[in-house]
Design a protein around this ligand. Structure first.
Ligand SMILES: CC(C)(COP(=O)(O)OP(=O)(O)OC[C@H]1O[C@@H](n2cnc3c(N)ncnc32)[C@H](O)[C@@H]1OP(=O)(O)O)[C@@H](O)C(=O)NCCC(=O)NCCS
Length: 177
């Protein structure tokens, strides 16, 4: 197996075309997640994913990786640094884990691996993200990783008649342990 970044319980490797046909299609069409992540506003077909995949692998400003559970070699989620800006030294971080694998410390470990890579190898200075105000798991994870609240996009996210805030958080290289 190609390993890009190795950890204890998880490792990160490139997303392969074969990954698209398996659980990934289910994750991004999961409407129960949609209220917090906005993934499933439109249905995603395999053809959509394949064209997204082709654009992603050509995009040199994005580091898009599959999270692999080492115990059974299963692809359990994706993680990325996107909009990598090497002049200003910043990038956006995103993560999505299979529901059955949440709450086991795997998101934290995968995040540490990609943040380490971003700060130590890509020489980034600031990594940022946006998160729904009610996404308790994600807010807890980001706080544990050391992200600080930098601002609020007020009433930025709409679902079923309600507008919710998106919290913008950032982590500077000197704050990352
Ligand atoms: C957000 C997400 C990546 C967290 O990953 P995870 O592997 O479940 O989180 P971990 O088990 O590594 O937990 C790390 C920390 O996050 C917090 N956390 C995790 N799940 C939580 C929950 N349900 N409620 C509150 N805090 C939670 C805790 O602080 C935890 O640390 P602790 O175990 O020492 O208390 C995962 O839940 C996910 O993929 N959710 C769906 C997609 C999503 O919302 N992505 C983020 C969009 S902004």
């Amino acid at each position: 197996m190609v390993i890009f970044i190795d950890g204890k319980k998880v490792c990160l490797r490139p997303v392969f075309k074969e990954d698209l046909q398996k659980d990934y299609l289910r994750w991004i069409n999961d409407r129960s997640n949609d209220g917090l992540t906005g993934h499933a506003l439109f249905p995603h077909t395999l053809a959509d994913l394949e064209s997204f995949f082709m654009s992603r692998i050509k995009d040199k400003r994005t580091l898009w990786l599959a999270i692999i559970k080492k115990e059974n070699d299963r692809h359990i989620g994706n993680i990325e640094l996107s909009d990598i800006d090497l002049i200003n030294g910043n990038a956006e971080y995103k993560i999505l884990l299979d529901k059955n694998e949440q709450g086991k410390g795997l998101g934290y470990e995968a995040s540490k691996l990609i943040l380490d890579h971003g700060f130590k190898k890509l020489n980034l200075h600031r990594i940022y993200l946006g998160v729904h105000q009610d996404n308790k798991a994600a807010l807890g994870l980001y706080k544990k990783l050391g992200f600080k609240v930098e601002g609020t996009l007020r009433q930025h996210f709409h679902r079923a008649g309600q507008y919710k805030n998106i919290i913008v958080m950032g982590l500077l290289s000197r704050e990352h342990q």
